[in-house]
Design a protein around this ligand. Structure first.
Ligand SMILES: Nc1ncnc2c1ncn2[C@@H]1O[C@H](COP(=O)(O)OP(=O)(O)OP(=O)(O)O)[C@@H](O)[C@H]1O
Ligand SMILES: [Mg+2]
Length: 253
């Protein structure tokens, strides 16, 4: 069962982009609390700021104001070294554009995040192999990212995100390019990480099926969280609630 320990607290977060002297507000006061062990889906139309939000939470992008607490650390007011330490010890990422390292093979990409944890080599080899098997990418383990299809890259990215057993997984459309079988494998891996490691998952998605497995769905629109839906029923039934809810808040794209 979940404890009510907060792992992530976002308070009055604001962010504008300035392009050619014009200011475009994207996040206009985001408030959000996430308990350890929760699986949250963030939905909202294209351009509503979902990727921006994830990039600020992980410290890759600065904000204009507000705070992002991960455990006891404010990611917005901590130095680069501490941010990097939090990223490598607590966070796991699945980026919208994968961000695999092109000079490394699939196996090496998945192996890499574990090095910082200083486990022994045999354990890291085993973990890497387990992830390769789980995601059906063992056959392409010695290939390089630019030799893979979009869906294969996606699976490598998910496997890599899980390899350092992160407490908080930030995933940007992790099922976006996948067939239904691979999507199900991604969602199952999240549910497993949640169950076995009390991991927390913050998943941006346009996919109502993927979202139906979350404990809570939040909808982003016009720079704010406009609605929140708690799951109290089975995923299949919850999906219908999500589809209705998206119609109501007009965030479906
Ligand atoms: N580096 C940037 N400079 C200027 N504007 C940007 C930048 N990055 C994003 N934007 C703008 O900010 C808005 C939010 O972008 P963001 O990528 O966060 O949206 P999103 O919700 O993730 O969309 P999608 O569902 O298409 O991935 C968009 O209007 C986008 O054009
Ligand atoms: Mg995005």
């Amino acid at each position: 069962m979940n404890t009510s320990k907060k792992i992530l607290t976002v308070t009055d977060l604001k962010k504008s982009y300035i392009t050619k002297g014009n200011t475009y507000p994207v996040l206009q006061g985001i408030n959000m609390e996430v308990n350890q062990g929760e699986f949250i889906a963030v939905m909202g139309p294209s351009g509503s700021g979902k990727t921006t939000l994830l990039n600020i939470i992980s410290g890759f992008l600065s904000a204009d104001s507000g705070s992002v607490m991960i455990g006891a650390e404010n990611m917005l007011h901590t130095d680069k070294n501490k941010q990097a330490e939090i990223r490598s010890s607590i966070l796991g990422f699945i980026f919208q554009d994968f961000m695999l390292i092109n000079g490394l093979t699939v196996r090496e990409n998945i192996y890499l995040p574990q090095i910082i944890g200083k486990k022994d080599n045999a354990e890291m080899d085993q973990k890497t192999q387990n992830l390769l098997d789980t995601f059906g990418i063992a056959e392409i383990a010695e290939k390089y990212p630019n030799e893979l299809s979009g869906g294969q890259k996606q699976r490598v990215a998910v496997a890599r995100a899980l390899s350092n057993t992160p407490l908080l997984i930030l995933a940007d459309e992790p099922t976006g390019n996948l067939d239904s079988k691979s999507s199900a494998a991604v969602i199952e891996s999240f549910l497993l990480a949640k169950e076995k490691m009390n991991a927390t998952i913050l998943m941006v998605t346009h996919d109502a099926i993927a979202a139906s497995y979350a404990d809570r769905v939040v909808a982003l629109s016009d720079g704010k969280i406009v609605k929140e839906l708690l799951r109290t029923v089975e995923p299949r039934q919850f999906m219908n609630e999500i589809l209705d809810f998206l119609k109501v808040v007009e965030v479906s794209r």
